[in-house]
Design a protein around this ligand. Structure first.
Ligand code: F42
Length: 148
């Protein structure tokens, strides 16, 4: 499964290398965050302005077939750019968690639903809590559901 369009690799070399290795190995290599041993997933999307195909890696936060995408960007003052892409094109998203990417629909969550997913995300990757303490922005949480 692919999205039609011109692929523009991430501006971050370590991210584009991790995405490339993950895809080339069918998710058997480069499938954790550096040496933490914590699993990641690869998300393919359409750029909000360029319309190009963009790919990023995110921590794997999964529950009953749905996934949370946490727009932490390490606690940076601004949301990561991919957050705007996903809001602009929520139905042009692929999620790769293993050998093959699959189509998903993405939506931002708030309130109690966000709190529930936030605690799931922090239990997978505790540094998210630290990232939130570094910034005044509330770190957005999106949920990806399989698109039939
Ligand atoms: N980032 C997270 O936020 N959360 C995570 O859980 C996470 C885990 C993770 C695990 C492994 C790994 O290797 C990286 C991980 N990252 C995580 C980092 C993540 O993959 C992204 O690199 C990071 O969040 C920054 O995303 P970004 O979309 O802000 O990337 C920037 C640097 C970027 O690529 N900018 C491009 C550029 O040319 O400067 C533009 C990209 C783009 O999408 N442009 C849009 C377009 O239209 O094409 C325009 C969008 C607009 O509105 O301007």
């Amino acid at each position: 499964m692919t999205l039609e369009g011109e692929y523009e690799p991430s501006a971050h070399e370590w991210v584009r290398n991790q995405v490339a290795e993950y895809e080339a190995s069918g998710g058997t290599r480069a499938n954790t965050l550096l040496d933490t041993g914590i699993p990641i997933v690869v998300v393919t999307m359409r750029g909000a302005k360029s319309g190009k195909i963009r790919k990023i890696a995110l921590m794997r936060v999964e529950h009953e077939g749905e996934y949370a995408f946490v727009a932490s960007a390490g606690g940076a003052p601004k949301h990561p750019v991919w957050y705007h892409n996903l809001l602009r094109h929520p139905d042009e998203v692929l999620l790769q968690d293993g050998p093959e990417p699959a189509p998903v629909t993405v939506r931002e969550i708030t309130g109690a639903e966000r709190e529930m997913w936030w605690s799931r995300a922090v239990s997978v990757y505790p540094p998210y809590e630290e990232y939130q303490s570094r910034t005044d922005r509330q770190i957005p949480v999106l949920v990806a559901s399989c698109r039939g």
